[in-house]
Design a protein around this ligand. Structure first.
Ligand SMILES: Cc1cc2nc3c(=O)[nH]c(=O)nc-3n(C[C@H](O)[C@H](O)[C@H](O)COP(=O)(O)O)c2cc1C
Length: 175
């Protein structure tokens, strides 16, 4: 797909077919994660690919009961390593959130390019998800997403919903 078509038609998908995601497709999506940039190239991430039905079902209550999450054949859990400093400046421990979010965005856009739906899940209980997946101390969950073929097929990928105008979000030379 053309890059801008990928960006414009990426939507949050909340209804999935059970169809398996072929390994080669999944690997292409994960390759997009692997090459993502990060502060000082620290790559402070681990992406857990959950396919086990029972584990997916346990994630549902840990994500505020969002049941459709487990419809997808794969749930991706993006984890970040906690650092208490950031060489570059003021963000300190938050720098990991920036890095993992960039890598997750690579995943989401690469998935769209493959005809796969995603939906960033920010409503989750970090401690619960950590317990379910055996995520060690020093790591936190940054976000999750289902990954699978949308029930609505290509129709799921529409133009974006309401967004602010460029003139409202961009300014030149000063705020
Ligand atoms: C950080 C973040 C957290 C989100 N958390 C959830 C969530 O827990 N559940 C959900 O259904 N959608 C969630 N969303 C999806 C947003 O609601 C969605 O991106 C937004 O409404 C714009 O719609 P679109 O993604 O289809 O363009 C989240 C999105 C982001 C970026």
């Amino acid at each position: 797909m053309e890059f801008f078509d990928v960006v414009r038609t990426r939507r949050s998908v909340r209804s999935y077919k059970p169809d398996v995601v072929p390994e080669e497709v999944l690997n292409r999506v994960l390759e997009a994660v692997r090459v993502a940039p990060s502060g000082s190239n620290r790559q402070p991430w681990r992406f857990i690919i959950v396919k086990d039905e029972a584990v997916k079902q346990r994630l549902v209550p840990a994500c505020g009961g969002q049941r459709w999450l487990a419809e997808a054949p794969v749930v991706v859990v993006a984890c970040g390593k906690v650092f208490d400093y950031n060489r570059g400046g003021y963000m300190g421990e938050h720098s990991m959130l920036v890095d993992v979010s960039i890598a997750m965005t690579h995943l989401i856009l690469a998935a769209r390019n493959e005809g796969l739906g995603t939906c960033w899940i920010g409503m989750f209980d970090n401690n619960e998800v950590k317990k379910i997946l055996g995520i060690p101390e020093g790591w936190n969950v940054v976000g999750l997403t289902p990954l699978g073929y949308p029930k609505a097929g290509e129709k799921a990928f529409t133009e974006p919903g309401p967004r602010n105008k460029l003139s409202e979000i961009v300014s030149t030379d000063r705020f």
